[in-house]
Design a protein around this ligand. Structure first.
Ligand SMILES: [Ca+2]
Ligand SMILES: [Ca+2]
Length: 158
């Protein structure tokens, strides 16, 4: 209740300021555009996320793997990559279907997280393909993830 009271008080203060200034309460150019949050709720194109795990001793893992992407239109939510296979084994290239992301635009980077359950991991690269346009971002990784949980960030080329 204290928070609500503060919000109301703040809103009234703003209204009061406008009334005192005598300026019309018209919106500045651009303020009438749909809020960016609305874009996030639209159905996205669907993405094929492919992860290459290297062919090195102990390169595979059974840990949980999460990815998110930084586009020039939107940043995706974090998505766990998992399907019915034993994923992220040594010398594997696996494609996952991700349909929960909005249209991200050009993908410039990713975050890639491994949790602490299940040995180290050596991913070599990730590609993210927009299933409508076919545009594919390539993200070089070539990083050893430790036994412990770790999150790293990589840039992607298009
Ligand atoms: Ca595995
Ligand atoms: Ca699995």
């Amino acid at each position: 209740m204290k928070i609500r009271a503060l919000v109301v008080a703040t809103a009234m203060a703003v209204v009061g300021a406008v009334a005192v200034s005598g300026q019309p309460a018209s919106a500045a150019p651009g303020d009438t555009a749909a809020p960016s949050g609305g874009v996030m709720t639209l159905a996205g194109p669907g993405y094929n996320v492919t992860v290459r795990t290297g062919n090195l001793d102990s390169a595979g893992t059974d840990a949980n793997i999460y990815i998110w992407a930084y586009g020039n239109v939107a940043v995706s939510e974090r998505k766990q990559l998992d399907d019915s296979r034993d994923n992220f084994e040594r010398n594997s290239t696996e494609t996952f279907s991700v349909t929960s992301w909005p249209d991200l635009g050009r993908i410039d980077g990713i975050g890639l997280r491994k949790d602490g359950a299940g040995s180290e991991w050596y991913p070599e690269w990730v590609t993210i393909q927009n299933r409508v346009t076919g545009a594919t971002a390539f993200c070089a990784v070539y990083t050893w993830y430790p036994d412990a949980a770790a999150t790293n960030y990589y840039s992607c080329g298009n």
